[in-house]
Structure formats: C-alpha cells, structure tokens
Design a protein around this ligand. Structure first.
Ligand code: APR
Length: 307
C-alpha cells in the first residue's frame, strides 16, 4: 500500500510525517518541484524512523514515477496564503498547478483516491475532478475536519474539558462562509447549548470561521499546517483502513441538500471506495440561509475557473 503526497511544503511534509509515524502505508512518496527538497525531507524523516519506531518507508522525488500505484494521493502543491490574501486570491495560479499535478498523478495511479488540500479548496477539488475524469466519490477535499477540529479545540478551552469528548459538525465551503452547526455539537453526548451560553457559542463560531486567518496573521509568512496535516491524515487513515468514519469532507453534490454540481463540505462515510455515502442532516431556516451564502461564494469562484 502506497500513499503519495504532492507538494512537500509545510502541509505536505507534515502529512507525510504523520502518515509514516502512524504506519498507514508501506511507503509514502513525497513529490515537489523544488530539486532535492522532497528527497532531503524524506531522508531526514526516514532517519527518524529508528527512534520513532515506524517502518513506513519515505521516498522523495521531483517526478511522478515514484508515485505509481498509490492507493491515496494527498495534493498540497501550490501557493499558500500570505497576510492580506484570501484563499480565493490563490485561484488562478493554483488552477494551473493543480491541472499539471493531477494529469501526472492520474497517469501513474489511475485507481488512486485524491484528497485535495490546496486552496481555494472547493474549486481545486473541482479542477481535480474534471482533469482526472474520475468518479466523484474518488475525489474529495479536506476542509470540514480542520474546521471542526478548530471548533472542538476552542470549545475544550472554554469548558476546560478534554478535546476527546467534543464532537462537532461544520457544513459549507471552507473559509469564511463555512456553516458551523453548534446545535449538532456535543460534549460526551450532551448537547453543547446545554453547557455553554449562546454568546459564548457565537464567539467560538466566529473564531472558527476566522481560524485560518488567525494563524496567517500570527505567522506572517504562510498559513496553518499542523492542524491541516492532521485533518488530511485522518482522511487517509479512514480510506486505507476502510473504517467507514463519518467525517465532514468536501464532496461533489448531485442533488444532496438540493444542490448540484459543486463541492461542499458535508458529512460523508469514508472507506476504501472513498466517499461511500453522503449524509444529509436537517437544517433550520437560519442554517439553510448560511449554506446558501456559502454556495453562492463557491459558485462565484467556480465561474472564474477556465480549464
Ligand atoms: N508541483 C509540485 N509541487 C509544487 C508545484 C508543482 N507544480 N508548485 C508548487 N509546489 C510546491 C512548492 O514548491 C511548495 O513546496 O508546493 C509546496 C507548497 O508548500 P507551502 O508553500 O509551504 O504551502 P503549504 O503551507 O504547505 O500550503 C499548501 O495547502 O492549506 C493549503 O492554502 C494552502 O494552498 C495551500 C496548500
């Protein structure tokens, strides 16, 4: 079982490392255009294996031969946000990069599942779907797990409880138009609104929406990578172990939630066939309005893509 990670920058290298440390594959191929860099990072990580105690082999490359036969491919190649940039500012350049990357990925791994991480996520997943000509259950985006992880981490801080006991769900596009669903959030099965005042929940929702921007403005050069790489790794794990996790991911909608022909963050069942099912949760009017805004935003970005 091989997993490839394309783009060996901050998100890519940490994804490769997490996959190796969890031994989710026999081999991880790490690809980047910068000469020597993925080879150096892979070798350095492999040299940590005796101390960390993992047997997953890491291989760096500037081409795609080494990715041949990958069961899963995580794509992180592209430009990352700088302060003052929105995820959408990356659209044109990353469309070019993702087109080239996906053509190469597909040539060597015609049966791979693609997990898109590059922003703007919902649009780049669409580019990958079109370029690969794969079934839509094999092309998905990483967004909701990251957004819910942020939400859960803030709730844990507020309540002073373990993050392990907090469950949450976020719908919609990745970014400022995401639709957090606090009424579906629980602490060890107890509905969050029973434990936390509405204004505290509202503040956590706002912080979650701006969670990526908060990191960008602190880092000043680049965007978040520890939590994004954890989220991507959780998707890889669900697919390679076929453990049918229910996770919020960007999925291609064909009628679910009354929507068609776009990627949206929704709860899905993830297993060896990729997205094996899309789950529909009941939304109230306020949540529906938020989702509509999110849809508008994603559609306006899709209109800017020319393939
Ligand atoms: N092929 C392969 N790799 C490429 C290509 C390409 N055509 N173009 C760029 N890259 C590589 C860069 O050389 C760089 O090493 O992609 C890597 C991106 O890494 P970073 O700049 O560190 O960005 P990172 O923080 O990892 O974010 C990557 O994930 O979360 C999103 O918004 C983020 O779109 C961004 C992506």
């Amino acid at each position: 079982m091989k997993v490839s990670v394309i783009g060996a920058g901050h998100v890519g290298e940490n994804t490769a490392r997490r996959i190796a440390e969890k031994e989710l594959a026999e081999e991880v191929a790490l690809v980047d255009i910068v000469e020597g860099m993925p080879q150096g990072k892979s070798l350095d990580m492999w040299e940590s294996a005796p101390v960390e105690g993992f047997d997953t082999h890491l291989l760096g490359a500037n081409g795609y031969e080494e990715t041949a036969g990958s069961a899963v491919t995580v794509i992180t190649a592209g430009l990352a946000r700088k302060p003052g940039m929105s995820r959408d500012d990356l659209l044109a350049k990353n469309t070019e990069i993702i087109t080239e990357v996906v053509e190469n990925v597909v040539k060597h791994s015609p049966d791979t599942k693609i997990i898109m991480v590059t922003n703007p996520l919902d649009v780049m997943a669409y580019v990958a779907l079109k370029v690969s000509e794969f079934d839509s259950n094999h092309v998905m985006g990483m967004a909701g797990i990251l957004d819910t992880a942020r939400f859960r981490s803030f709730v844990a801080l507020e309540l002073g409880v373990s993050v392990r006991d907090i469950q949450a769900m976020v719908l919609g596009g990745h970014g400022d138009t995401m639709v957090p669903l606090p009424r579906y959030a629980t602490v060890a099965g107890i509905p969050l609104p029973d434990l936390l005042a509405q204004e505290k929940i509202d503040a956590i929702v706002e912080r979650t929406r701006g969670g990526g921007g908060e990191i960008v403005s602190l880092l000043k050069s680049g965007s978040a990578y520890y939590a994004p790489s954890s989220a991507a790794t959780e998707m890889v794990e669900a697919i390679v172990k076929d453990n049918k996790r229910i996770l919020p991911c960007a999925a291609w909608l064909t009628g679910e939630y009354g929507l068609n022909d776009l990627y949206m963050g929704v709860p899905v069942k993830l297993g060896k066939d990729g997205i094996e099912e899309i789950l529909e949760v009941k939304l109230n009017d306020e949540e529906k309005t938020m989702l509509e805004k999110s849809v508008e935003h994603v559609r306006s970005n899709l209109a800017k893509v020319s393939l």
